[in-house]
Design a protein around this ligand. Structure first.
Ligand SMILES: [Zn+2]
Ligand SMILES: [Zn+2]
Length: 82
């Protein structure tokens, strides 16, 4: 991924995801070494760690400039049926 904002444009391996329950920023929201598909926040809410389990629904932020990233979406006209 790459930051879309002028003045930043910095690449990052993984966006910061914000807990919808308490607003805590999770910088390393990805499946754990034990294949965990969920990460439990300090507030007790289970956060999905993969796009498949719902990570895309979370608010993502750039780890460098802290601005909210636009949600990933398929380019218009592209086929997503594969
Ligand atoms: Zn939380
Ligand atoms: Zn940025």
């Amino acid at each position: 991924m790459k930051c879309p904002y002028p003045g930043c444009y910095r690449p990052f391996p993984l966006a910061v995801h914000v807990c919808p329950g308490c607003g805590a920023a999770h910088r390393d929201l990805r499946p754990g070494g034990f294949g965990a598909l969920r990460h439990v926040c300090r507030c007790g809410r289970a956060l999905a760690t993969t796009a498949v389990t719902g990570r895309r629904k979370l608010t993502a932020r750039c780890p460098h400039c802290d601005q909210s990233l636009p949600r990933p979406s398929a380019p218009p006209g592209s086929c997503t049926c594969r």
